[in-house]
Design a protein around this ligand. Structure first.
Ligand code: FES
Length: 171
């Protein structure tokens, strides 16, 4: 990752694990040999994302320090896996599957419906910060296509009406 790319993902505020995240980190530490802290790279990125909603450059630097590994090791992992968000996203993250089974079973209609309903295209976040829409590859629920993951939950056999029900009842 270049210096410019790193600059683009800076939150411009310090990062540290919260008390709750620190507790989870300490629990994870007990599962690995003391000289293998680097194995916690992925879980730490996940903890940081759970805490802040995304993983900033500051969070990566903090993780590198806590795990006593080069920050480039953390950048490499964070930029390789698409599950890590390197920019802030909405409170609700809609990940719509665009792979074959879902595509054949009507993904496009669902995409058009969500885009129209929320006024955003894939890769965008609503102005109020509530929703981010993404298209993703197979989420291994092919028998229930078209499907989406909404934060941690799967919703299958979607229809425009079902999408309305799901999104309209969110707090
Ligand atoms: S093709 Fe959509 S979940 Fe597998």
């Amino acid at each position: 990752m270049s210096a410019e790319e790193r600059k683009a993902i800076r939150a411009d505020k310090p990062f540290a694990f919260s008390e709750e995240t620190e507790r989870k980190f300490q629990q994870l530490l007990t599962r690995y040999p003391k000289d293998q802290k680097k194995s916690l790279n992925l879980p730490c990125l996940w903890l940081a994302q759970r805490q802040e909603g995304w993983v900033s450059a500051e969070a990566m630097e903090y993780i590198a320090e806590r795990l006593e590994i080069p920050v480039t090791d953390v950048y490499e992992v964070a930029t390789f896996y698409t599950m890590y968000h390197l920019h802030p996203i909405g409170k609700y993250h809609i990940q719509l599957c665009r792979t074959l089974s879902c595509e054949l079973r009507g993904k496009e209609e669902i995409l058009k419906h969500i885009s129209k309903k929320l006024g955003i295209k894939p890769g965008q976040t609503t102005a109020d910060g509530r929703f981010t829409l993404s298209q993703v590859e197979c989420l291994a629920a092919c028998g229930g296509g078209p499907m989406m993951q909404l934060n941690d939950d799967y919703h299958e056999n979607l229809t425009p009406e079902r999408v309305d029900q799901i999104l309209d009842q969110l707090p």
